[in-house]
Ligand binder design. Sequence first.
Ligand SMILES: [Zn+2]
Length: 137
Amino acid sequence: MCVKQWAEGADTAPMGLYDLHQRNQINATRHSLSTTQSEVMDQRRRSENEIAALEQRVERLTMLCEAMWELVGQTTGLTGEHLARMVDQLDARDGERNRSHTPGATQCGCGAMVNARVTHCQFCGEAAPARSLFDMI
Ligand SMILES: [Zn+2]
């Protein structure tokens, strides 16, 4: 069947045109897949770099905390047991002993419960009730 017969109402396209169309679609799909894989690899590299930077930051903060604790211990006489007890108390404040402290919501003057992570009531706009600076991290 030639192109002219197909254009005049034949039921099927000539195999040559159909094959060409399929080949173009396959090539377009391959190109799109290649681009997507490249984008995924770029995002993965960025994420790995961000994770490495965060790990370094945590290590520096840990060392800073240890240094501060050493100074506090040397100047006040507080011990590791005092620190462990305080950690347990803080851990229990949110109602769960899970080695994580999740600050709870507090009640605004308008009666709405205000999330610990916001600075103003989402309903009336008043400044959120005073909290510990650590709750705002
Ligand atoms: Zn309010």
